[in-house]
Design a protein around this ligand. Structure first.
Ligand SMILES: [Zn+2]
Length: 389
């Protein structure tokens, strides 16, 4: 009988040493700071849980303790073991799963220098992709920030082609909030290459915790600031705005892009009636912008053949899944939904196992975690199947 292959299309495995000091604000940042000074023992995890910084049950404390020990050790390999190996006890997955590992270029966002810089971060992933037991289970994506100084040393397209074609990375990762526009002309050749090879792109499309930490004016283009009213870190929305993606899609309508977290709106915190009302108020609030993105992303899924959304991170919230499932059905875009969790960035909000159960409850899991991702991930260079003999 054919065996079904499942995919989690959205995970992160960078270790503490890949993270520049100034990268995050509260919450997760506090957890990282705690790791600087103390071992993550039972007491500290219970304390973080009590302070509502970590949202975990008592029974998961031993597992988290082991995770934090790995996270602090330096190599991403230690983090990956929690996702794909069984040596620490069943962390999350007992099915035949493959994992998209999203690298993240944190070198070019004025947040400081990480002990393991971006070149070394992707170098490690390339190494794991080449060896057993990971080579068949992991699908690294290559993060691109055109401001990274490495592109003065390496030609960007050669850097990308080497990673995709030689070291078997599966696609491209974008994170515009780290200080660049997705329609930055330096990325034009990347989109041409992705179209020609049918390569998947994953982009963040939320106003979140990781963003450009320097002077926003130095990266913002005064002719491309859709939200002049926003201040401080919220100004990151100007990089990520869907209008920039729509411009790329008008030029490259067959581009294959997954919008992470379906725009990131959490409906349990934001009732739809409130969001609809806020959409009518100008200038738009940050929350209204995120809801607008949500609607625009769904619209793009309808309009373009190769546009997808993933339910990573938002699957901590069942109300969001219920609302999204309704919208997906109304638009007949069931084939555009992909399963992901945002491991391990979701660790302060939900357990991996529970995120999967929530997803199974509200969506056809074989469709979103097997059939759809096998189509999204397959390119002219790499083939991914939904089942195997
Ligand atoms: Zn993520």
């Amino acid at each position: 009988m054919a065996r079904r292959i499942y995919y989690n299309v959205h995970t992160h495995v960078f270790s503490k040493h890949c993270i520049p000091h100034g990268i995050m604000g509260s919450g997760f940042g506090l957890i990282i700071k705690a790791l600087e000074f103390i071992q993550m023992n039972n007491f500290v995890i219970a304390l973080l849980s009590g302070l509502k910084i970590l949202n975990v049950s008592k029974s998961s404390i031993p597992r988290l303790k082991m995770f934090f020990r790995s996270f602090a050790q330096g190599h991403q390999h230690e983090v990956i073991t929690h996702l794909v190996r069984d040596q620490y006890g069943k962390f999350a997955y007992d099915k035949n799963f493959k994992f998209v590992l999203l690298s993240l270029d944190m070198d070019a966002q004025d947040a400081g220098i990480a002990p393991v810089n971006y070149l070394n971060q992707v170098g490690e992933l390339a190494e794991y992709k080449a060896i057993k037991p990971y080579k068949d289970q992991i699908i690294p994506f290559l993060s691109i920030n055109p401001y990274n100084m490495i592109y003065h040393r390496f030609h960007m397209m050669k850097f990308i082609k080497d990673h995709i074609e030689v070291w078997k990375f599966g696609g491209i990762k974008l994170y515009p909030a780290t200080g660049y526009y997705p329609d930055d002309e330096r990325l034009d050749d990347v989109w041409k290459y992705c179209v020609a090879k049918k390569l998947p792109i994953m982009t963040h499309c939320t106003c979140g915790r990781i963003h450009y930490r320097g002077k926003m004016e130095s990266r913002l283009n005064k002719d491309k600031i859709p939200y002049n009213n926003l201040t401080d870190s919220d100004r990151q929305c100007n990089f990520t705005d869907m209008s920039h993606f729509v411009k790329i899609l008008e030029r490259f309508p067959t581009l294959k892009i997954c919008f992470a977290h379906a725009g990131g709106i959490v409906f349990s915190k934001n009732p739809r009636t409130t969001l609809e009302a806020e959409l009518k108020v100008t200038p738009l609030s940050k929350r209204a912008i995120e809801y607008k993105w949500y609607l625009e992303v769904l619209e793009c899924c309808q309009k373009y053949d190769n546009i997808y959304i993933d339910i990573s991170w938002i699957n901590h919230d069942e109300i969001t899944l219920i609302e999204l499932a309704k919208d997906v059905k109304a638009r007949s875009i069931e084939k555009k939904v992909l399963y992901g969790t945002d491991f391990f960035v979701n660790i302060d909000i939900i357990e991996e196992q529970k995120a999967m159960e929530n997803s199974q409850k509200h969506f056809d899991f074989d469709l979103i975690a097997s059939v759809n991702p096998s189509i999204y991930l397959s390119s002219d260079i790499h083939e991914f199947k939904a089942t195997e003999p």
